[in-house]
Design a protein around this ligand. Structure first.
Ligand SMILES: Nc1ncnc2c1ncn2[C@@H]1O[C@H](COP(=O)(O)OP(=O)(O)O)[C@@H](O)[C@H]1O
Ligand SMILES: [Mg+2]
Length: 255
């Protein structure tokens, strides 16, 4: 087991707030894929700031660059231009080893398709990640499963769980390392309305009580009603950004 600094999201949020650093700051970020005739500009000169504990919904049609943006913030891909700072740290300035630690410890990813390992139980799916990031993996995993409301099915395999339960296991897996930043890519894209609302309520609660900063991308504009802020992405650029005066509860959403 490699050495690591355990990052408590509350401490990280407080440290970022105290230092005045936003949870996320993107400055002039661009991303281009391919070259010549196959060149695709996925993001162009994008500026975005998210404060610690904020729940931001990023809306945009398919192909507008939502997944690219999350992958850049999560350190999975590198920008072609610009600077990305997470809690004041310029992730482009990290060396390979630091970047690996950043991805492992500081960001949690939740995807549309839950990507659970079918031959591992819910508990084991979470433990695999917990073991990478500190001691007491079993207890921490159980704690994360309890927190998102699936502790009672910890010993089941993914195939024995509903879609909503599987997504909650995936969220538990993402938060077991207590990442300050939670990046969610269409997390309700393959769930029905009721299940989707439950999963969104869990994410909302993690931002409110767990002090995670949540960046959630979706093409479902209804989800924007529960955000602290909505950012619209069009053809790789931010077309609008708006604070939500009175965010509604996830249970009130309709689609
Ligand atoms: N690895 C890649 N190689 C080439 N083009 C890509 C790659 N990933 C994304 N793109 C292109 O970048 C644009 C934005 O894609 P994406 O970020 O996936 O959008 P969204 O998630 O909003 O649907 C699209 O035109 C897409 O085809
Ligand atoms: Mg996408």
């Amino acid at each position: 087991m490699s050495r690591r600094t355990h990052v408590d999201p509350l401490l990280a949020a407080e440290a970022a707030a105290a230092s005045g650093a936003p949870a996320l700051r993107m400055t002039g970020v661009g991303k281009t894929y391919g070259s010549g005739a196959g060149r695709v500009v996925a993001l162009r000169e994008l500026d975005l700031e998210v404060r610690p504990g904020e729940f931001v919904v990023l809306l945009g049609p398919s192909g507008s660059g939502k997944t690219t943006l999350l992958n850049l913030v999560g350190g999975i891909e590198e920008p072609s231009a610009g600077v990305i700072e997470v809690a004041g740290v310029d992730i482009g300035a990290l060396n390979n080893k630091q970047r690996t630690a950043f991805r492992r410890d500081r960001v949690g990813f939740v995807f549309q398709f839950f990507n659970l390992v079918p031959t591992l139980t819910a508990q084991e799916n979470v433990e695999v990640l917990a073991e990478l990031t500190g001691p007491n993996a079993a207890a921490r995993s159980r704690g994360a499963l309890d927190l998102v409301g699936v502790g009672d099915v910890a010993d089941r395999f993914p195939g024995q769980l509903s879609g909503g339960q599987q997504q909650r296991v995936a969220i538990a897996r993402a938060i077991v390392k207590e990442p300050p930043l939670l990046l969610c890519d269409e997390p309700t894209g393959s769930l029905d309305l009721n299940t989707g609302r439950q999963v969104l309520a869990v994410l909302r609660e993690l931002a409110r009580e767990g002090h995670h900063t949540v960046l959630l991308v979706t093409h479902n504009s209804e989800i924007a009603r529960m955000a602290d802020r909505v950012v619209w992405l069009r053809s790789g650029a931010i077309s609008r950004s708006e604070t939500v005066a009175h965010p509604v509860e996830a249970s009130e959403l309709q689609w």
